[in-house]
Design a protein around this ligand. Structure first.
Ligand code: FPP
Length: 273
């Protein structure tokens, strides 16, 4: 994630009004508008394939992907999205070739170093989900530094999923719950979803409204499985290194056309409007 960027820049002319709400192209779409997702979660897939098609290395693909993190963050803020959660490294990604894992860790560290100031200047809170204790110490230090520097911000949030997987998250949550139950801090009779959700890595983060996966794959790959129970899912064939503002706005536009029923009937929803 290279050089400086400024949030709230004018959007490109062809996408100034992607969901029929934003009349002033120099400002964000109102986040109060129901069709702008409050929280977008993205599975950034296809770096390797994008690179291979161009005769480049997988690591070049990740480098290009890191630049899109910056662009998509900027676009999400412009659109009025309050939370953006990106699947940067899964608990299963450790199985990749050693040099790729090392390159991803280095890219994470250098991106945070380059990206950090811009997040601070633009008052974006930086958070992570996943067990970061397994990351290299220099990455952990950069993460903690940036978390501390942005901890007071609330309106705009960038969440990186690092060494994250839903099954691992649940296992950690259950271990903690059992510990609390043993100490008398948790009553088994009162365990419900609300209580469980407080033990998840996302206890501070609302559920995703829109989940995007790039590169044509149609799987959730252990990503926010419980939190996405009512998320709208959007798959695109575009590989992550080519996913920019225009693609994000297309996904938001599609989200605006979906009817979220949360288990109710369309008639019930009409009545409550
Ligand atoms: C999946 O594409 C992508 C990843 C496992 C890593 C995502 C990492 C980045 C976007 C760059 C670094 C991110 C930050 C936050 C600095 P893939 O390589 O599995 O693609 P493929 O399926 O085409 O091989």
């Amino acid at each position: 994630m290279g050089g400086g960027f400024i949030f709230l820049q004018p959007l490109a002319p062809e996408i100034t009004n992607p969901i029929g709400m934003q009349k002033d192209p120099s400002r964000a779409i109102s986040s109060d508008a129901p069709s702008v997702p409050k929280h977008i979660a993205i599975i950034m897939d296809g770096n390797g394939r994008w690179a291979k098609e161009r005769g480049k290395s997988r690591i070049d693909g990740h480098k290009e992907g890191a630049l899109r993190v910056r662009d998509v963050m900027r676009a999400a803020v412009n659109a009025g999205v309050k939370y953006l959660t990106l699947y940067a490294f899964s608990s299963e990604n450790w199985e990749r070739p050693k040099d790729e894992v090392s390159a991803l860790m280095l890219l994470l560290k250098t991106s945070l170093q380059k990206f950090g100031n811009e997040l601070i200047e633009n008052q974006v809170r930086f958070m992570t989900i996943g067990d970061i204790s397994a990351l290299p110490q220099d990455c952990i230090s950069e993460i903690e530094k940036l978390k501390n520097a942005t901890s007071k911000f609330r309106d705009k949030n960038l969440v990186l999923a690092l060494n994250y997987g839903s099954r691992d998250e649940i296992a950690r949550a259950v271990r903690k719950m059992l510990g609390d139950a043993k100490n008398g801090g948790l009553d088994a009779e009162n365990v419900d979803w609300k209580k469980i959700s407080k033990y998840l890595d996302t206890s501070d983060i609302p559920d995703p409204d829109l989940l995007i996966r790039t590169s044509g794959e149609m799987r959730l790959s252990n990503y926010l499985m419980l939190q996405s129970a009512y998320a709208e899912i959007y798959f695109t064939k575009v590989c992550w290194p080519e996913f920019g503002e225009k693609e994000l706005l297309k996904a938001i536009e599609e989200f605006g056309r979906r009817e979220r029923r949360y288990g109710k009937t369309a008639e019930q929803l009409e009545k409550s409007c």
